[in-house]
Write a protein that binds this ligand. Structure first.
Ligand SMILES: [Zn+2]
Length: 248
């Protein structure tokens, strides 16, 4: 079967002298893996079309029962040049790509997820601040994946949780003062950030300010939440890169 769609390259792994194995997220085929034979040869038809985060029109040949497609054609629609010239923007894009690959493990297509990825990459390419865009993107990704964070209704009794910042990630988010048993809380600013960011496009999220280290802390709260709901350990290699650049 042959298929064509738009796709973003999320990961490139060198497979042989001249070939690449790509992990991509596509509009019509969802998450996919494909081998691009000869892609590293300068005269390859793929050359320049398969950089990280470039948006390309691709064609693949797909065999049923095989997880790896064979790339037959690729032409770049957007080279994501701005992302690749600014190290901190690039590192945040890598981090979001890691989130996508960790959370989206199935192969069903999701147009909203594709468009979210496109938006996050575009906003990151426009310059700092990067953390609000990343955190808002992750929060939206979790909702699209069916593991949204509940910040308004008590996840135990379903009543309005009011201003409670009591927290139970296992039950799905915030817990009202009555139902709380563990006494665990999250910063109220984290819940407020999520409420606000849901009401606005990602472009505007950049104006939301948190306390010092707040975005980093929010990232950790969402990571722990996602770990519980995906039953997996989430390790993000790019996080150390982001922090190295920030601390330079
Ligand atoms: Zn309750």
């Amino acid at each position: 079967m042959k298929a064509s769609t738009q796709a973003f390259v999320l990961r490139r792994v060198r497979w042989s002298e001249s070939s690449l194995i790509l992990t991509m997220y596509s509009l019509d085929l969802g998450r996919m893996s494909a081998i691009a034979k000869g892609a590293l040869r300068p005269k390859s038809a793929f050359f320049g079309a398969l950089e990280l985060f470039s948006r390309s029109e691709i064609s693949v040949s797909r065999k049923s029962g095989r997880e790896l497609d064979t790339l037959t054609d690729a032409s770049a629609l957007d080279h994501a040049g701005n992302l690749r010239t600014e190290p901190l923007a690039f590192a945040h894009a890598c981090l979001f790509a890691e989130w996508i690959m960790a959370i989206i493990t199935g192969t069903e297509a999701s147009h909203p997820t594709f468009h979210l990825l496109a938006t996050v990459l575009e906003r990151l390419s426009e310059g700092p601040p990067y953390w609000p865009v990343l955190c808002s993107g992750v929060e939206r990704l979790l909702r699209l994946a069916g593991v949204g964070i509940e910040v308004d209704r008590c996840t135990k009794c379903g009543e309005d949780a009011g201003r409670s910042n009591r927290w139970d990630p296992l039950s799905g988010g915030v817990v009202c003062d009555v139902c709380s048993s563990t006494g665990r809380t999250v910063p109220g600013g984290f819940l407020e950030f999520i409420r606000k960011s849901r009401q606005m496009p990602i472009k505007q999220v950049r104006s939301l300010k948190l306390w010092k280290g707040g975005y980093r802390q929010s990232f950790e709260i969402m990571r722990e939440f996602a770990e519980m709901h995906t039953d997996s350990r989430l390790k993000f290699k790019s996080l150390a890169v982001v922090e190295d650049i920030e601390n330079d």
